[in-house]
Design a binder for this molecule. Structure first.
Ligand code: B16
Ligand code: MG
Length: 216
């Protein structure tokens, strides 16, 4: 029986991918190359340093470790100026209504994000108090598709993996949920999120009971 929902942040609750893209693109442009929106798709759910390494490899740029840390810090400062403007209006359609349905049940809610900025973003959009547990990039050592983030989420909720349902928009995130032994609802396109148990376009007009009857 499902007793806990584990939500990814970026691409599930809010859309920050565009801000990551703008900040990484500026960094790449400063280094003399460009990254496409399509390439940015491959960075979803990937940690900050892993994203940086993928971008540098894409631009054939080789740097020392300290130079990489400097670039990642600078990118994050730029990213923070962009996300600091986010408000409740940036919560993805249907999320609040879906949360309201959850609150009428005994199902607990946890965050499972690799972002180190997750708490700040949840505060900004006014959702921080809706979570019973928050696992973010500051609490984990391995990024998705490693199951660490979701296993820690289940543990903080006091639940077993089989009692948890993951909501994820990234291929690596869906894999992380499956690697944790959990059922996964993909948010996005079924052709992309092939390992998810069920795929939704988003949360608009989603009936919680109907969803649970399909997944259990
Ligand atoms: P930060 P999620 C991920 O968040 C993003 O999808 C990914 O693009 C980003 O690189 C990563 O967080 C790290 O974010 O630089 O803020 O620590 O999808 O797991 O919520
Ligand atoms: Mg995501």
């Amino acid at each position: 029986m499902i007793k806990g929902f584990l939500f990814d942040l970026d691409g599930v609750i809010v859309e920050t991918a565009i801000f990551h893209y703008q900040a990484w693109r500026k960094m790449a442009n400063d280094l003399g190359f460009d990254i496409s929106e399509e390439f940015n798709e491959t960075l979803k759910g990937v940690s900050r340093m892993d994203s940086l390494n993928l971008i540098l490899a894409h631009g054939n740029v080789v740097l020392l470790e300290e130079e990489k840390i400097e670039l990642a810090t600078k990118k994050n400062e730029h990213y923070l100026t962009l996300v600091s403007k986010m408000t409740a209006d940036d919560i993805l359609p249907g999320v609040r209504e879906f949360f309201a349905q959850i609150k009428q049940t005994d199902i607990k809610i946890a965050l499972g994000s690799v972002s180190k900025n997750a708490k700040m973003i949840l505060e900004g959009v006014g959702l921080i108090n809706d979570f019973d547990a928050i696992i973010d990039g500051t609490k984990i050592s391995k990024g998705k598709p490693d199951p660490e983030v979701f296993l820690k989420g289940a543990a903080e909720l006091g639940l077993s993996p089989e009692e948890c349902l993951v909501f994820e928009d990234a291929v690596a995130g869906v894999e992380a949920g499956k690697n944790a032994g959990m059922k996964v609802v993909g948010i996005g396109h079924a052709e992309v999120l092939t390992k998810a148990d069920i795929v939704l376009k988003g949360f608009e007009n989603i009936d919680l009971r109907q969803l649970l009857s399909k997944i259990q």
